[in-house]
Design a protein around this ligand. Structure first.
Ligand code: ADP
Ligand code: ZN
Length: 597
């Protein structure tokens, strides 16, 4: 081996040290062995195969399902002087032929290829005639039949090992749950490969869960703290995406919709704008986001309940890849729970699958309702212990108060029972609060003994009570019908007074949502220079038609603004500036510093 990994890391990428398991993984691959890498989003997976591809002879073949993102990934590598290319269906024949020629002539360090392309006899025969440094299988969880990212072609990737048994393989994923990990190892023939499991903690992300009362207004308030920043708002359905995107536009945000119902071209265009422009809010279904490596996404907001804790973690993981402060904000209410339960029960899936989905939903509800440090709950669900309190989640920052809700729960449960277990939560709350609505009179519910016994609590508090009763299994939602509430086996102990119940007291929304401004913090005196550097970056990006972050990250610019290097040597000390970027942009950056005085 000619160059040491750390030297290459500094020379090409401009970073002074490896993170976490990176170095061990690099060395393992360079020595020709297979690896299975589990690292959270933003953990630094790419370098794990990029550096060995540069250190080993031949070209690194990267299998990725994310066609729309390959171009930017390749562009980022070219910016640091790596000879990278991609092959997928978006290339015209002439460009594809050019890439193939470069591959055969040994002129590539890295080649990104879509799985369906890789598996064609034509491409496999090209590979036979090339020298291969390694195979990297990115987004390896796509091999999992249970996951929503399943790609059939991934099942056939074992062919790589059969044909090239001596070429090391590395499979990478940010999916944390152990069953999926096992599935990946088995299906990709990597059971013997060494596993590198990183902590899945993302310390810079602040988790907040808030009770839904008016999701649009709550979202707008949350976004006030993120004006001008890029972020993602996840919704459950296409319709909701359209509604929220329209609303945010009305409110003056730079919002774009993204869902599977949109034209492929429109989708690609919106994704491109999100990546290339600053401060776009993408309102999307979960169809959006896999592989989005934009480093400066400052928030991920969920205005509907996601389907599982694992999905939630993946989605929120897209915030703050640059390590700077970021927000993960979830707004949910009983309506979400009812809706998701109905979706599970009414789906065509088999009983085994439904059972799995019910369990996942319960786990997610456990997270939402927990009064413990959110990070502890999240990491525990991935089998990781996080002993201390994180100090960077809503429960740590504003510990939830509890109240003795035993009596309220008894009233709620008996009202459900007396009205025949056929009504939804709004009606039950009306009965409890003694509403004089037409429906109540028609049903004769003003005659019930529970009519009006809950006037002491407001409707919002009752909704919170019911939500917590459902989440903790003390009430059941009839998911096949209209969401009527029923008692469960567990309700009895509460009704009989054998079990006391402490519930979370909802803090006023404003208080909980008030999070200090996140994002890149630049001292006031450095602001003018930081602004000038951003302008320079925007200009360079525009000239080359690439996203700004491919030129420099915000954190790099902030460091420059802080330290004001006067020479190229000093500039090279700033993280994220390797030899190629120094040569290309160094003088212009120094000029900007001099001009700022
Ligand atoms: P992942 O693919 O695991 O989500 P990436 O490979 O995109 O993560 O890396 C996330 C960010 O961290 C990138 O902006 C990358 O430049 C940066 N990064 C990765 N490794 C290092 C390192 N050793 N030192 C500094 N920054 C790093
Ligand atoms: Zn915490």
């Amino acid at each position: 081996m000619s160059e040491r990994p750390t030297d290459l890391l500094q020379r090409v990428f401009g970073y002074s040290r490896f993170r976490g398991h990176q170095q061990a993984i690099v060395e393992h691959l360079v020595s020709g062995q297979d690896a299975l890498v589990l690292m959270p989003t933003g953990g630094g997976k790419s370098l794990c195969y990029q550096i060995p591809s540069l250190l080993r002879e031949g070209v690194g073949i990267v299998v990725s399902p994310l066609i729309a993102l390959m171009q930017d990934q390749v562009e980022a590598l070219r910016q640091v002087g790596v000879r990278a290319a991609f092959l997928n269906s978006t290339l015209d024949a002439a460009t594809a032929a050019e890439v193939e020629r470069a591959l055969l002539k040994g002129e590539l360090d890295l080649l990104y290829v879509a799985p369906e392309r890789l598996l064609t006899p034509r491409f496999l025969s090209l590979l036979e005639r090339s020298h291969i440094a390694l195979f990297a299988i990115d987004e390896a969880h796509c091999v999992s039949a249970w996951g929503h990212d399943f790609r059939r072609e991934y099942l056939e990737l074992t062919i790589l090992h059969e044909r090239w048994p001596d070429v090391p393989r590395i499979a990478l994923t940010a999916t944390a749950d152990p069953p999926t990990q096992r599935e990946i190892a088995e299906r990709l023939g990597l059971t013997e490969a060494r596993r590198f499991v990183s902590s899945f903690d993302r310390p810079n992300i602040r988790y907040t869960v808030t009770q839904k009362d008016n999701a649009k207004r709550q979202l707008r308030d949350f976004l006030q703290a993120h004006k001008g920043e890029a972020g993602i708002v996840y919704c459950l359905s296409r319709k909701r995406v359209e509604q929220f995107a329209d609303y945010l536009l009305e409110q003056g945000f730079n919002a774009l919709p993204y869902h599977a119902g949109l034209d492929a071209e429109v989708r690609a265009h919106h994704q491109r704008r999100f990546l290339r422009e600053e401060g776009i809010v993408m309102v999307a279904t979960i169809a959006f986001g896999m592989g989005i490596d934009k480093p400066d996404v400052r928030f991920v907001a969920h205005v509907d309940l996601p389907k599982s804790l694992e999905g939630y973690y993946q989605e929120t993981g897209r915030a703050g890849r640059d390590g700077e402060a970021a927000d993960a904000w979830l707004c949910y209410g009983l309506g979400d729970v009812v809706l998701l339960k109905q979706m599970i029960e009414q789906s065509e899936a088999g009983e085994e699958r439904k059972r799995l989905e019910r369990r996942k939903l319960d786990q997610l509800l456990g997270y939402c309702e927990s009064m413990q440090c959110r990070r502890q709950v999240l990491l525990a669900s991935f089998g990781e212990t996080y002993p201390q309190e994180c100090g960077n989640c809503d429960n740590c920052l504003h510990p939830a108060a509890t109240w003795d809700a035993t009596e309220a729960a008894q009233k709620a449960l008996s009202c459900v029972y007396r009205s025949g277990q056929r009504f939804g939560v709004n009606h039950i709350i009306d009965v409890l609060r003694g509403s004089e609505s037409e429906k109540i009179r028609q049903c004769g519910h003003d005659q019930l003994t529970t009519y009006g016994i809950g006037r002491d609590l407001d409707a919002g508090t009752w909704r919170s009570v019911f939500r917590q009763l459902v989440s903790s299994g003390l009430l059941e939602v009839d998911a096949e019908g209209y969401g009527s509430l029923r008692l469960t086996e567990a309700s009895r102990a509460v009704l009989r007074g054998e079990r006391r119940l402490l519930l979370r007291k909802e803090a006023p929304a404003r208080e909980r949502e008030r999070t200090p401004r996140s994002g890149v913090v630049v001292a006031a005196t450095d602001q003018p220079l930081f602004g000038a550097l951003r302008d320079l970056r925007a200009q360079l990006a525009k000239q080359q038609n690439v996203p700004a972050y491919v030129i420099f990250h915000d954190s790099t610019l902030r460091n420059i603004a802080e330290h004001r290097p006067g020479t190229l040597d000093e500039l090279a000390q700033v993280g994220g500036i390797g030899g190629t970027k120094l040569a290309r942009y160094g003088e212009q950056v120094l000029e900007a510093i001099r001009a700022a005085g």
